[in-house]
Ligand binder design. Structure first.
Ligand code: NAD
Length: 419
């Protein structure tokens, strides 16, 4: 995407912080610290491709804050990755961990690569080399990666193995979102989508709205979108449209999600699904529905298309899907946005549970994990709602940011500025 002032990720973060500071009134030096990521590691590294030629890839690992604990955040593989994007995503991780009160700061990583052009062996070599490159700053006590766009449990397994081989012994706690067989956690794969459904349910209960009467559209049919669609449907919501990077499908009477899932498992993409009308991603965002779940990538709802959104409620499965200009337009229309740092925090919460289980080498069952996840999100929702009520007229994003920024700056003040 070519970024303008509305869609540049660091600009978005900066504007979100400024909007909250109208309420919080933090001193300028504290705002300056929050806007700058603590560390940015850029690595350029060669990988031998299957035909023997060498390609040089660029990757990043950014630690935005280490104030409240080790840094935590996913690794993204995409041709669109940029230093600024990773820095913005790391900043959001700091705020997300603070909103749900996990003892973590924020981090994020990314490699500029189109995974569809790599063989399985090339993907593994790239992952192992990248892990070694960022191995100088990641670790179970310092910075713990996890899956994000185009990375998954298998890739986390390679990362855990590479880091462990370099150290000489097994260190499962260096990454989360691992396969269960490698000390991953039950419930982690579904956790982000489950979290979206839990937060949406809490919100609907509060507003005395009946989720079973809601039509839902989901953009992004990957880890987050698939689970969110399935679990919102399990709560009674009618999922009328879903999409992936190639486009979407729509059925006003509701999609048969098991059937859609079988299609995607077989064909990889939604395109060609025979039992619903094909739509574009622009049409998905403009679908006639009550709840829109952007669960793909940043800045998809921006000042160019915000006026087309018909949903009354947006719950952000993706990080940063709504730009500040879009938010202004939507708020004026009466749309309520449940922000990413609360709505999609289920993933990092169960990642935290995985890390704790790895440190204890004692594992919990899935019901226990889902119950703890529900509790953590209900508590965070109540905390955000209390601030929302305290300051009439603010948005849920501002309320979540007030909570996050207060927790982060309080901890920083107590630590003091070294030396
Ligand atoms: P994924 O790679 O599993 O799935 C991404 C989906 O979005 C795919 O269906 C892809 O085709 C689609 N997509 C990508 N770009 C698109 C575009 N421009 N328009 C429409 N569809 C597009 O990734 P994921 O892990 O599900 O992550 C999705 C979003 O959720 C990202 O913003 C990520 O940062 C965020 N997130 C993920 C987790 C997690 O645990 N995986 C946790 C919190 C937030």
């Amino acid at each position: 995407m070519n970024h303008n002032t509305d869609t540049n990720p660091l600009e978005i973060v900066s504007r979100q912080i400024d909007a909250v500071n109208e309420i919080l009134q933090l001193p300028a030096d504290e705002i300056a610290i929050l806007k700058k990521p603590h560390r940015t590691l850029e690595v350029n590294f060669p990988v031998v491709m299957d035909d023997g030629h060498i390609e040089v890839f660029t990757g990043f690992r950014v630690q935005h804050s280490l104030v409240r604990g080790p840094a935590k955040g996913g690794i993204r593989y995409s041709p669109d990755v940029t230093r600024e994007e990773v820095q913005a995503l790391a900043t959001w991780m700091t705020f997300k961990c603070a909103v749900v009160n996990l003892p973590y700061g924020g981090a994020k990583g990314g490699v500029i690569v189109d995974v569809t052009k790599l063989s399985e062996r090339e993907l593994e070599r790239l992952t192992r080399r990248f892990t070694s490159e960022i191995g100088i700053i990641i670790g179970p006590d310092s910075d713990i990666p996890a899956p994000d766009m185009n990375t998954n449990a298998k890739i986390m397994g390679w990362m855990m193995d590479t880091y462990s081989m370099n150290k000489g012994y097994s260190i499962p706690g260096v990454v989360t979102g691992k396969p269960i067989e490698l000390d991953g956690s039950l419930g982690r794969a579904a956790a982000t989508g489950r979290g979206v459904s839990i937060v949406l349910n809490e919100f609907m209960k509060l507003k005395k709205q009946d989720l079973s009467r809601m039509r839902v559209a989901v953009q992004g049919y990957g880890n987050v979108g698939r689970w969110a669609a399935r679990l919102i449907a399990a709560l009674g919501g009618k999922v009328v449209a879903v999409s992936d990077i190639k486009g979407g499908i729509h059925n006003p009477d509701g999609l048969d999600l098991n059937d859609v899932e079988n299609w995607v498992n077989e064909h990889k993409f939604l395109a060609g699904y025979p039992k619903a009308r094909s739509i574009s991603n622009a049409e998905l965002l403009a679908t006639e529905c009550d709840v829109l779940v952007p669960a793909a990538t940043e800045a998809v709802i921006n000042r160019e298309n915000a006026h087309t959104v018909q949903a009354r409620f947006i719950i952000e499965g993706a990080n940063g899907p709504t730009t500040p200009d879009a938010e202004d337009i939507l708020v004026k229309k009466g749309t309520t946005i449940i922000p990413d740092i609360l709505a999609n925090a289920g993933g990092v919460i169960v990642s935290y549970f995985e890390w704790v289980q790895n440190i204890m080498t004692f594992f919990w069952d899935e019901d226990d994990i889902n119950a703890k996840l529900t509790q953590a999100l209900q508590r965070a929702f109540r905390d955000v709602e209390a601030i929302h009520e305290q300051y009439p007229g603010i948005t849920y994003r501002q309320a979540a940011y007030v909570l996050a920024l207060s927790r982060e700056t309080k901890a920083r003040r107590m630590r003091g500025i070294y030396p």
